[in-house]
Ligand binder design. Structure first.
Ligand code: ADP
Ligand code: MG
Length: 206
């Protein structure tokens, strides 16, 4: 039996991850623009919670912007899909609940190229929400680094500069810094707050 390349379905999950300021949104926008040059229809989604720069745009720290559709929950992505869409891009994917894994898997299995960008770790350096499962389910992963604001080394951590203890604190340069492992610190006021990693992941998943 001969293999015809046309018979393959090219669905795939791509994940771009790293700390804040590492260029995840820039990379997502770059991939989307290349797809648009190739005349492939793309829909871009972001969680409605992320209103830092703009309600309906995905905006990078270097002020690149692209139109997006804010959604309240992961399953809304399926409801908003248009017939002509071939590529689905999702920014700030770490803010979605665990349903996002089912949604992106369903899309990839149906032949869509799904490009996700999100924080791998939260400000405590604990895996962020659905990211561990998403990274495991992905066909392709790009982990990128920012620049440590203390020493200029590659940075893999997001340093929270305020003492707020909510996992989600929307903010920018005044609230967060990119840091390398040596210059990152996290000292919970209450040691009880520092759950073992496995317990913490379970806690975040519920
Ligand atoms: P992310 O989506 O990962 O938060 P963005 O794509 O929005 O990142 O922004 C990346 C841009 O942020 C860089 O190209 C650079 O212009 C800017 N930037 C600001 N601070 C830093 C830093 N500490 N390290 C790297 N880039 C930074
Ligand atoms: Mg971003």
């Amino acid at each position: 039996m001969s293999i015809s390349p046309q018979s393959f379905n090219h669905g795939a999950i791509e994940v771009i991850c790293g700390p804040m300021f590492s260029g995840k949104t820039e990379e997502l926008i770059r991939r989307v623009k290349r797809a648009q040059i190739a005349k492939q229809r793309v829909q871009i989604f972001k969680p409605a919670i992320d209103v830092r720069y703009d309600k309906t745009k995905v905006v990078s720290h270097s002020s690149q912007a692209i139109h997006s559709e804010p959604v309240e929950k992961a399953t809304d992505i399926l409801l908003k899909l248009k017939d002509t869409t071939r590529i689905v891009a999702i920014d700030e994917v770490q803010f979605f609940d665990m349903e996002i894994i089912k949604v992106v898997t369903k899309l990839a299995n149906r032949g869509y190229r799904v490009i996700c960008a999100g924080l791998d770790l939260d400000y405590r350096a604990i895996p962020f929400g659905p990211m561990p499962q998403l990274l495991a389910a992905a066909d392709n992963v790009q982990k990128i680094q920012a620049i440590c604001t203390v020493c200029g080394a590659p940075a893999t951590r997001s340093q929270r500069l305020s003492d707020c203890s909510d996992t989600v604190l929307l903010g920018e340069k005044d609230s967060y810094d990119a840091r390398c492992r040596a210059h990152y610190f996290y000292e919970p006021e209450d040691e009880q707050m520092r759950l073992p990693v496995a317990e913490e992941i379970e806690h975040l998943a519920n």
